[in-house]
Design a protein around this ligand. Structure first.
Ligand SMILES: [Zn+2]
Length: 271
C-alpha cells in the first residue's frame, strides 16, 4: 500500500470532478458547432434568411394562404414556440437577440422549417395529415429550431465556400465576410436546404432537449418519426425529402431519451 500516493490520486480525482468545466452537462451532448460556420458571417446569414422569409410570407399572403393572428392552429404553434424559445439561448448566445417569428401557411405540403435568426414556418399539411399532438409539434419545432441554433445553414455555406474557393484562396482572403456574401448571394435557397446526416442527428438530439426543457414529452419524437415513416409509404412528403426517417433515426432518439426524461419530468412539475 502507498497511502500518500493514494491520497494524492484521490485528491486529484476530487479536484477533477469538482471542476465545473469537466462536470457532465445535463442533457444531450453534441459538441461544438462546426469550424466551417466561421467562414460565413452570422449577420449575413440571418439577413439573407430574413429576406427569404419575408418573400415566402408575401407569396403566401398573395394566395390568401397566410394564417391570420386569430387562427387557432397558429395560436397553438405560437404558444408552443413561446415555451421552447427561452431554452434556445443555452445553445447559441445570438438567439437572445433574434426576432423570433412563427407563421402558418395553408398548404398540403408536409413541411416545417426554422431559418437562421429564428424565422419559423409550419404548413397546415404537416399538422393535418400527420394529426400532430402538441408534444409532436414540439418535436418538429425543437428539431427545426435546433438546426438554426447549431447554425447548420451557415456551416453548409461555409463548406461551400471552402470547396468552391479552395484552401489557397481562403488563406489569402482574411475578410471572410466577402466569401460569405458570394456563397449566400449565389442563390442559396435556405428553404430547400438539406443537411448532412450528422446535422440531422444533432438536430434530433438538441430538439429532444429543447422540447423536454419546455415541458413537452420528448418520447413524442418517436411517434412523430413513426408517423413520418407511415406517410412516406404514399407520396413522399416535403419534410421527408430533406429528413430521411427510418429505424436508425428512431433508435438514435430512443437511445438519448434517458438523458432528457429527467428534464421533462422536472419541467412538468415546475408547471
Ligand atoms: Zn432536420
Amino acid at each position: 500500500m502507498k497511502p500518500l500516493k493514494t491520497l494524492v490520486a484521490l485528491g486529484l480525482a476530487g479536484a477533477l470532478l469538482s471542476t465545473p468545466a469537466l462536470a457532465q452537462r445535463e442533457g444531450v451532448n453534441v459538441g461544438q458547432n462546426s469550424v466551417f460556420t466561421g467562414l460565413v458571417s452570422a449577420e449575413q446569414m440571418e439577413a439573407t434568411a430574413l429576406q427569404q422569409y419575408r418573400q415566402v410570407l408575401r407569396e403566401a399572403a398573395q394566395q390568401n394562404a397566410l394564417a391570420p393572428a386569430n387562427n387557432p392552429q397558429l395560436q397553438r404553434l405560437r404558444a408552443i414556440a413561446e415555451r421552447i424559445i427561452p431554452h434556445a439561448i443555452d445553445w447559441n448566445p445570438r438567439a437572445k437577440d433574434w426576432k423570433w417569428e412563427v407563421n402558418l401557411i395553408g398548404s398540403k405540403q408536409v413541411n416545417a422549417w426554422c431559418m437562421p435568426g429564428g424565422k419559423i414556418a409550419f404548413y397546415t399539411g404537416i399538422l393535418n395529415q400527420l394529426k400532430l399532438s402538441d408534444d409532436e409539434v414540439a418535436a418538429v419545432m425543437g428539431h427545426e429550431i435546433a438546426h438554426a441554433l447549431r447554425e447548420h445553414a451557415r456551416e453548409r455555406a461555409g463548406k461551400n465556400a471552402a470547396t468552391s474557393l479552395g484552401a489557397n484562396v481562403l488563406a489569402q482572403v482574411l475578410g471572410v465576410g466577402a466569401i460569405g456574401q458570394q456563397v449566400i448571394g449565389g442563390g442559396a435557397q435556405l428553404l430547400s436546404l438539406s443537411f448532412s446526416r450528422e446535422n440531422e442527428t444533432e438536430a434530433d438530439l438538441v430538439g429532444l432537449e429543447l422540447a423536454a426543457r419546455a415541458g413537452y414529452d420528448p418520447r413524442a419524437a418517436v411517434t412523430l418519426w413513426q408517423k413520418m415513416n407511415a406517410a412516406a409509404q404514399g407520396a413522399p412528403p416535403q419534410w421527408l425529402s430533406t429528413h430521411p426517417s427510418g429505424n436508425t433515426r428512431i433508435a438514435g432518439i430512443e437511445r438519448n431519451l434517458p438523458k432528457v426524461m429527467p428534464l421533462y419530468e422536472r419541467a412538468k412539475q415546475g408547471g
